[in-house]
Design a protein around this ligand. Structure first.
Ligand SMILES: NC(=O)c1ccc[n+]([C@@H]2O[C@H](COP(=O)([O-])OP(=O)(O)OC[C@H]3O[C@@H](n4cnc5c(N)ncnc54)[C@H](O)[C@@H]3O)[C@@H](O)[C@H]2O)c1
Length: 368
């Protein structure tokens, strides 16, 4: 492809400002051709900050711009699927925030529609673009870790430990007498995607989910409310390739954001990535071998960080600048796809199996 990649963004608020737009603005071969928000002042403010050719309040007008090749959907969850489908139908490549949908089948359907239209998709699984996680993937692919025995995945922080921090991650008309799966959807979807990327397909899972904070403030309702929101989930995993896995997602485990930790133990080596901002550093990576079992720190490889960033760059910007850079380069250089809508649907399928295993108190096969 020649010339700059022209992108249009829908949803110009907090996450677009912190994570998506800095990535486009920093990429020398990307032009922000349009920014759309139903609230015009937001589109105007983002256009002024990051530079954009035009602003829109109706996404259909943005999708009708012929030279825009890629659409970024950064709107609330319930709009992800319809906006992505509209962008696919308009023949645009699409990056969409996760989750594409809260059910696997509509996400698989969107992946099929994108393939039929010949456009690329990418789901906003932020942590795939951590330099430490990508290094572990490289080590696995290169055989450095040998045969993989154990994969442990954690996503936990204390974001919702206080009952007075408003929760918005579930529908407020949900039944109040039943556990409402939440952390396993919000945090688990990222984590399970990482574990599947590193360890291959999931075979079977069993799990337990629990509500620890019974009354809390919920966005859209007055005062503390009694809801059985799942704020902690744990699962055991059998991978089809033979490895074992452990999963923990938690809204209430004391610790800083984003609170992702991945440990991989193989026959030739082990790696531990901690994506937890501590002392101003976004992440650490440690590596050990059978003949040198003390874990030692590993610095990011050359080119692993987006130009102009360091491990002191705030994690949303660091990882998203990498994600955006990879997607733009995939399109510009016709590289193989990764982290697609199909991967999003596969992660949703695993979430569904973990929820089912809890409610039925048994092992559940994840399915092909
Ligand atoms: N991947 C991650 O780690 C991560 C982290 C934070 C947020 N997110 C996701 O990013 C998305 C955006 O988050 P946010 O906090 O900025 O949300 P937000 O609700 O603050 O902002 C969304 C914006 O979209 C606009 N909008 C809604 N519907 C629209 C439409 N049809 N057309 C045009 N504009 C529309 C709204 O006016 C608003 O300005 C959410 O889906 C959120 O879950 C992902």
């Amino acid at each position: 492809m020649t010339g700059k990649l022209k992108i249009g963004l829908i949803g110009a608020h907090d996450w677009a400002e912190k994570a998506h737009l800095p990535g486009y603005a920093a990429h020398p071969d990307v032009e922000i051709a349009g920014i759309c928000d139903t609230v015009p002042e937001r589109a105007e403010a983002m256009a002024a900050k990051f530079g954009a050719r035009a602003i829109y309040t109706d996404y259909r007008e943005l999708l009708a711009v012929p030279d825009i090749q890629m659409i970024d959907v950064c709107t609330p969850t319930d709009t992800h699927l319809p906006l992505s489908l509209a962008a696919i139908a308009a023949g645009k490549h699409v990056l969409c925030e996760k989750p594409l949908h809260t059910l696997a089948e509509p996400a698989f359907d969107a992946a099929r529609k994108a393939a039929a239209m010949g456009v690329r998709t990418k789901l906003g699984f932020t942590f795939r673009y951590s330099p430490a996680i990508r290094q572990i993937k490289q080590w696995i692919d290169d055989g450095v870790l040998g045969e993989i025995f154990h994969i442990h995945g954690f996503e936990q922080n204390s974001q919702f430990l206080s009952p007075d921090f408003p929760l918005r991650q579930f529908a407020i008309d949900s039944p109040r007498d039943r556990l409402i799966p939440a952390s396993i959807i919000g945090y688990g979807s990222h984590l399970l995607d990482l574990m599947r990327w590193l360890g291959g397909e999931f075979g079977s899972v069993c799990s337990t989910m629990k509500n620890f904070v019974p009354e809390r403030v919920v966005r859209g309702l007055e005062g503390r409310q009694r809801f059985m929101v799942e704020d902690g989930a744990a699962a055991l995993v059998e991978f089809t390739g033979g490895a074992q896995g452990l999963v923990q997602s938690s809204y209430i485990a004391v610790g800083n954001y984003p609170g992702v930790e991945i440990r991989v133990y193989g026959s030739k080596g082990a790696a531990v990535a901690r994506l937890i901002t501590e002392n101003g550093i976004a992440e650490t990576l440690h590596f050990a071998t059978p003949d040198q079992v003390e874990f030692r720190p590993v610095a990011p490889a050359a080119g692993a960080l987006p130009p102009g960033t360091s491990l002191e760059t705030p994690w949303p910007e660091l990882y998203y600048r990498n994600l955006v850079r990879f997607f733009a380069d995939e399109i510009l250089e016709d590289r193989p796809e990764e982290c697609t809508f199909h991967d999003g649907a596969k992660s949703q399928q695993i979430v569904d199996a973990i929820i089912k295993a809890h409610f039925e108190r048994r092992w559940v096969d994840v399915g092909a």
